[in-house]
Design a protein around this ligand. Structure first.
Ligand SMILES: CC(C)(COP(=O)(O)OP(=O)(O)OC[C@H]1O[C@@H](n2cnc3c(N)ncnc32)[C@H](O)[C@@H]1OP(=O)(O)O)[C@@H](O)C(=O)NCCC(=O)NCCS
Length: 199
């Protein structure tokens, strides 16, 4: 049997076990389990071999005193002096992060985003450049739109920033969805984000 057939057969046995509560062919099950676990590559089970690409840190311009916590995916971007990037962050090509910023774990900063100095992008904050305005993902990058954050902008945990411009000295609340430009310094929250109070 090929590796694929063995994996498929084992899957069938496991399905039957789930449905009936017992293993239909115990010796075949034992055989397949040992064969497949010994033939698996480290790190995963492949029924069909996926194409694996690696990002890591590629073609990034770092200022002085930048700290990164691996694993990160940073490519083609610029990170200013004294900034910090936490783990599981992705920053795409062309992004510029200013000086003394903190980009906390699990944030995603897509192409066409520019972030000023002393900004805080909290855990899981997401930026958007493609609004799916033509009915789905725009394959033509000319349809993508940019986002610009001024200085001292703090983006709360899990906030989503659509393509907008945000002025200096703004706080975006946790879970907010920013759909429009922000031109007045203040605290904004909710979906869509609204001014809670001026700063
Ligand atoms: C938005 C935020 C800054 C507001 O703080 P605040 O000025 O102290 O506001 P309050 O807690 O007094 O809340 C004022 C009102 O806004 C609402 N509100 C507060 N935060 C909100 C949020 N993230 N989303 C929606 N509404 C929010 C409150 O329920 C309250 O509503 P009410 O007047 O109807 O009772 C804060 O709640 C927040 O979300 N901070 C983000 C923190 C963060 O993500 N830190 C990451 C590092 S751990």
């Amino acid at each position: 049997m090929s590796d694929f057939c063995e994996a498929h057969k084992l899957e069938e046995i496991q399905k039957a076990q789930f449905q009936t509560g017992s293993v239909p062919n115990k010796s075949l099950h034992r055989f397949l389990t040992s064969r497949i676990s010994s033939s698996q590559p480290p790190g995963g089970t492949f029924l069909a071999k996926p194409e694996i690409r690696h990002a890591g840190i590629v073609d990034v311009q770092f200022g002085k005193d930048v700290t990164l916590i691996q694993p990160v995916n940073l490519y083609g971007c610029t990170i200013g002096d004294g900034s910090f990037v936490g783990p599981f962050v992705e920053i795409q090509k062309g992004v510029k992060i200013g000086q003394r910023c903190r980009i906390q774990s699990h944030a995603f900063i897509c192409e066409l985003v520019t972030i000023g100095d002393e900004c805080f992008v909290s855990h899981g904050a997401m930026f958007v450049n493609d609004l799916f305005g033509t009915g789905g993902p725009a394959e033509n990058p000319e349809l993508w739109r940019s986002t610009r954050l001024g200085n001292r902008v703090s983006v709360g945990t899990n906030a989503t920033i659509l393509p907008v411009t945000i002025c200096d000295q703004v706080v975006i609340g946790a879970g907010a969805v920013v759909t429009k430009d922000i031109t007045v310094p203040g605290i904004y929250a909710g979906n869509p984000a609204r001014l809670l109070r001026r700063l």
